[in-house]
Design a protein around this ligand. Structure first.
Ligand code: C5P
Length: 216
């Protein structure tokens, strides 16, 4: 089965690594975080009450979601840039703690797996969505290193950034993702943990491809 899961905390480099691994193997990528971000976007777009779990979950079947390389469309409207906004990430983390929301996204996530092959990028890819994956990676990095990377990304994009605020936000996001009752962020029992704090992206990609060679 052509399937690799890559889970880990925010800003651990999962997104970039997942895309490079998938590109090398000629597979698809499931950016599951984008789905939770889309829920957050829908809460704001439809003026829903973010505290109302059922209302948030009920909107999911109405959303026509399409990924096109790194572009994301909801009901034919491109939302790629909006989804990356900080307040959307925060709200995504809140609605991602709702069991009804996670349930509503279950089949959709699994439908991304085809014979072509898939890299599943998220928090619970190896534990909940694809427990059958032959290779599960849990990518971690020191929170200070992650904050530095996020800060650099923003500055490079010409966006004003506050290092301390980024660090605090990452710590809060980690805390929320690791301590929720459903599908908390944690490595699957059979996951390989890679600490990318002091590794370049390519080294991480090569390590994962090396593991894949051994299990395929
Ligand atoms: O990875 P990304 O930062 O885009 O994810 C946004 C939020 O969605 C995370 O903070 C996390 O709470 C949630 N998420 C999740 N399960 C996933 C992927 C993301 O709960 N598989």
């Amino acid at each position: 089965m052509n399937l690799i899961t890559i889970d880990g905390p925010s800003a651990s480099g999962k997104g970039t690594v997942s895309h490079l691994v998938a590109q090398h193997l000629g597979w698809d990528v499931l950016d599951s975080g984008a789905l939770y971000r889309i829920c957050a976007y829908a809460v704001l777009e439809y003026g829903l009450n973010a505290d109302d779990e059922q209302a948030v979950a009920a909107v999911i079947p109405d959303l026509v979601i399409r990924f096109d390389v790194d572009r994301v469309y909801v009901n034919d409207q491109e939302v790629s840039e909006q989804l990356r906004l900080e307040h959307i990430g925060k709200l995504a983390s809140k609605v991602a703690a709702y069991p009804a929301v996670r349930q509503a996204l279950l089949d959709l996530q699994r439908s991304f797996l085809t014979n072509k092959g898939l890299v599943g990028d998220g928090r619970d890819m190896g534990t909940v969505i694809f427990p059958q994956a032959p290779l599960k990676i849990f990518l971690i990095a020191d929170v200070n290193e992650r904050a530095k990377r996020r800060y650099k990304q923003l500055v490079e994009k010409g966006i004003d950034a506050d290092f301390e605020a980024i660090l605090l936000d990452l710590q809060k996001r980690d805390e929320q993702d690791m301590n929720r009752a459903v599908a908390p962020l944690k490595p699957a029992d059979d996951a390989i943990v890679i600490d990318s704090s002091y590794m370049g992206i390519q080294a991480v990609v090569d390590r994962i491809l090396g593991h894949w060679e051994q299990v395929r």
